[in-house]
Ligand binder design. Structure first.
Ligand code: AKG
Ligand code: FE2
Length: 263
């Protein structure tokens, strides 16, 4: 975790020209550097720079990652691999807690997508006027987040923003839209945002896990019956990408477009 954070710090300390080599507005690119949320359509920019890259299976992607700073691939690669193992274990436990077989969708989880979003929120002279990342929920099954200091907030059941404490050496685990759909609404994907601060830049590394690009995820058949009718339609990661390239997700969540009206 320390190595990954170090690699992230070194990357964002590179001169702009070097980071701009990776710049792209195209959300389908396997690696891209950018700012705000979706720079092409955001009306107000957020106080964030990021580099995002696919990470699993590592050998398919690592050669596309930045080769500067020189230790980036090794340090971030080791982190990505360890987190991939952790997410598989967490998914098994989650399925068990839902009364499903722990090995439910085992192959899909093994072959799933891992996208690392490495975020940098510079110190901001007017932190009350902007956000690091606006309210959203993550599209995937699980997000495992490492942060360098406090800044993450989530929305509770009464619609209040709650600060996630910073705990040295701890990871934050969040449920995403695919878990909400798969659990037929028993789990809810968490709405979260990142605020910025005046004093110090903040870094976070979000490992976004999801089922394979073209796999349609729908409510688990064992969680659907007469009393609990199917509440969501199926979707794939690819459909989500198409949605975010055309929509401002701070205005409406993708998962809400999947809700099946109650009879
Ligand atoms: O920086 C954070 O704490 C949150 C990042 C995040 O929500 C994301 O990358 O999806
Ligand atoms: Fe997020």
């Amino acid at each position: 975790m320390e190595d990954a954070m170090e690699a992230a710090i070194e990357f964002f300390n590179l001169p702009n020209e070097e980071k701009m080599l990776w710049f792209s507005d195209d959300v389908h690119k396997p690696i891209r550097y950018g700012t705000s949320l979706n720079h092409a359509i955001d009306q107000v920019y957020c106080w964030r720079d990021f580099i995002k890259h696919y990470s699993h299976p590592l050998s398919d992607w690592i050669h596309l990652w930045p080769s500067n700073p020189p230790s980036y691939r090794e340090k971030m690669g080791n982190y990505a691999k360890a987190i991939q193992v952790l997410q598989k274990q967490l998914m098994e436990v989650l399925f068990e807690s839902l009364g499903l077989n722990p090995s439910y969708l085992e192959e899909e989880i093994k072959q799933g997508v891992q996208l690392l979003a490495v975020n940098c929120y510079p110190a901001c002279p007017e932190p009350g006027l902007t956000l690091g990342i606006p309210p959203h929920s993550d599209f995937g099954s699980l997000t495992i987040l490492l942060q360098s200091r406090r800044g993450l907030e989530f929305k509770d059941k009464s619609n209040n923003w709650v600060r996630v404490p910073f705990v040295e050496g701890a990871l934050v685990v969040q449920l995403g839209d695919q878990m909400e759909v798969l659990s037929n609404g028993l789990c809810k994907s968490v709405i979260h945002r990142a605020i910025v601060n005046e004093k110090e830049k903040r870094l976070s590394i979000a490992s976004l896990h999801s089922f394979p690009m073209d796999t349609k995820v729908g409510p688990a058949p064992n969680l659907v019956d007469e009393e609990n009718p199917k509440s969501y339609s199926e979707f794939s990661f690819k459909e989500f990408l198409d949605f975010i390239s055309n929509n401002d997700i701070s205005k409406g969540r993708f998962v809400d477009t999947l809700k099946v009206p109650k009879p």
